[in-house]
Design a protein around this ligand. Structure first.
Ligand code: NCD
Length: 306
């Protein structure tokens, strides 16, 4: 793997190895403090971010590396009309590795055409978000101990939620997985995702609009925000924005060993009262994101030096 554009760029074995490295970093951070000394990460964020950008930056700094970049398109030459390909061609001369987020689906593929250093897709429009999936996977591994035989519920905006698409692709490679897709009619999983990763592999799944009808059978509940920025009109957003709210009452109906994940940011879809439930893993999940990104940066820089 030279770049991470899609979660399937990584084999199941590579993901396992990265999780092992990330766990070792958590236990022995002092062993990694100079792992990327004199290396530079560029974070090119053409779209807003808190966790993804800051966890990438913290990751590189904790590996002893340096960070350059921008956090909004308006402060880059994109505002003057520069193409993604040109920006990448230039930044390839300033950095050893690039993490980019862009509102257009496929932008990281365009970036590859001019990149001379590894590219990491940190989210492309409503399409994919592979490093969030690595974060989700290390969380599932640490909290449940395994990936096989899990019933995974995905709830909320399954249409525009890029984290959902990448997570379905990743989980579809494990044995005994079942998916429960919980969304309003208008925000169902796109058929290209369903066809490629669920139907083509014969994975059992059910679709429902009612979280309370299915919450009792879930091992993992992945809540998502309704993606306001991808809606064509505000009216539809307002109608759908509070379609699901996870509350302590709903949690009372769930398994004792359920884990609740959320890529964050949360808006209203998880009541703050759920935060103190030991099954609520989303803040731990955000923390693990830094360590798995450290493992990813090391792996890509190693491969680039081969
Ligand atoms: C997600 C994203 O950007 O897609 N956030 C993140 O990276 N943790 C989810 C979201 O914005 O709702």
């Amino acid at each position: 793997m030279k770049n991470l554009i899609d979660i399937l760029d990584l084999t199941v074995e590579e993901i396992d190895q990265m999780i092992t490295v990330a766990n070792d970093i958590i236990d022995h951070p002092e062993n990694y403090r100079e792992a990327c000394k004199y290396k530079t990460l560029a974070t090119l964020f053409f779209e807003p971010s808190t966790r993804t950008r800051l966890s990438f930056e913290a990751a590189m700094l904790e590996l002893g590396g340096r960070v350059i970049g921008f956090s909004e398109a308006s402060s880059s030459s994109a505002a003057k009309g520069e193409s993604v390909a040109d920006t990448i061609a230039v930044v390839s001369g300033y950095a050893d590795i690039i993490a980019m987020r862009h509102p257009k689906e496929g932008a990281p593929i365009v970036a590859l055409s001019k990149a001379t250093v590894p590219i990491i897709n940190a989210g492309d429009g409503g399409h994919n978000h592979p490093t969030q999936t690595l974060t989700d996977l290390i969380t599932i591994k640490r909290e449940k101990g395994h990936f096989d035989n899990l019933t995974v519920g995905l709830c909320g905006d399954l249409k525009f939620g890029r984290t959902v698409h990448s997570l379905i692709a990743a989980m579809s490679r494990y044995a005994g997985i079942k998916f429960v897709l919980i969304s309003p009619e208008e925000l169902k999983v796109p058929s290209y995702v369903k066809n490629a990763y669920i139907k083509a592999k014969g994975i059992p799944y059910e679709q429902t609009t009612a979280l309370e009808n299915v919450i009792d059978k879930l091992d993992v509940l992945y809540m998502t925000r309704v993606q306001r920025e991808r809606f064509f009109n505000e009216e539809d957003y307002l109608r759908l924005k509070d379609c699901y709210v996870l509350t302590p009452e709903k949690m009372a109906m769930a398994k004792k060993d359920l884990i609740v994940l959320h890529p964050l940011p949360r808006v209203n879809e998880i009541s703050v009262a759920v935060d103190s439930d030991p099954r609520a893993c989303y803040f731990r999940q955000a923390r693990y994101g830094k360590f798995i990104r450290m493992a990813l940066i090391m792996k890509l820089l190693e491969e680039a030096n081969k």
